[in-house]
Design a protein around this ligand. Structure first.
Ligand SMILES: [Zn+2]
Ligand SMILES: [Zn+2]
Length: 276
């Protein structure tokens, strides 16, 4: 698969066969139809709540910011981003590898988008802001909630003392919330034109700069995950931890241990949907 051709369309043009992945895939169509009004309502509530908490916490941070805390704030913020990347890897790995869309509540609402993304990777470019970001904004709400509670209940002296912790939580929550937007941008950076012949650039230069300098998830980096059977490079916020975790055989070791303990085969459900 070419790195900028997640649906395998370039090969299609050369060989005149239908693309392997994409909106025409039967499993992808079935999964897309499982998106329900209830799920939509949950996403809308989460997106608005999260944005409100982001703004309020940011105002508090500006109000309590002192220049002498800048180095601790930067270091803590950097650790927050690493934590978000690791968290994205754990959640993505767990959702891709275990469980099934048939599971009550969890399956249709939270595992379905992961299955859909593997068999129709560019479906994310057809989702609006709410559908793209609803679930990640939901995960960021408790972190931002803790931060907000701290600002409300602590004295200004205590807030100064805890400024590193505050910077850590804030950047962690922002990067957790933005993870799916970063993935979307790895697909919108180069979009196939309607005739499926050339790619058109659809992102501002500053986003391309962030991708190319690996401050957010770069598109080439994310394509490594999309090589079937989708068993590596699960970190999708910045992708910084993918290489070290791969060298440590972190994901494969966890899978061996879980399969040994439970008898469940990794990616059974993912494979089932791919074969539809
Ligand atoms: Zn995946
Ligand atoms: Zn992807």
């Amino acid at each position: 698969m070419l790195e900028d051709d997640p649906n395998g369309n370039t090969e299609t043009i050369k060989s005149n066969v239908s693309p392997r992945w994409g909106p025409q895939h039967k499993g992808a169509q079935e999964l897309a139809n499982l998106y329900s009004p209830g799920k939509r309502a949950q996403e809308i509530i989460c997106v608005y709540t999260c944005i409100a908490l982001m703004v309020v916490n940011f105002v508090f941070i500006l109000r309590h910011f002192h220049l002498d805390r800048v180095s601790i704030a930067f270091l803590a913020a950097f650790c927050g981003i690493i934590t978000a990347d690791f968290g994205s890897g754990i959640v993505h790995w767990a959702a891709d590898t275990w469980g099934s869309v048939e599971l009550p509540i969890l399956g249709k609402n939270f595992l379905r988008p992961f299955r859909e993304h593997h068999i129709d990777p560019t479906s994310i470019t057809r989702h609006d802001f709410i559908e793209t970001n609803g679930d990640n904004f939901m995960v960021a709400i408790p972190i931002l909630g803790v931060l907000f509670y701290n600002f409300l209940t602590k004295t200004p002296e205590n807030i100064q003392q805890d400024f590193g912790w505050i910077s850590y939580l804030f950047l962690c929550s922002i990067f957790v919330a933005m993870t799916n937007q970063f993935i979307l941008m790895t697909y919108t950076s180069l979009l196939l034109d309607p005739q499926m012949v050339t790619y058109v650039c659809a992102l501002p230069k500053w986003v391309l700069f962030l991708q190319n300098s690996h401050i957010i998830l770069p598109r080439r980096h994310h394509r490594i995950h999309h090589v079937a059977p989708h068993e590596t490079y699960f970190c999708i916020t910045t992708g910084w931890l993918n290489w070290p975790l791969e060298k440590l055989k972190f994901w494969s070791s966890m899978e061996v241990a879980i399969e040994y303990l439970t008898g469940c085969k990794p990616r059974d459900d993912d494979l089932k949907w791919a074969k539809k």
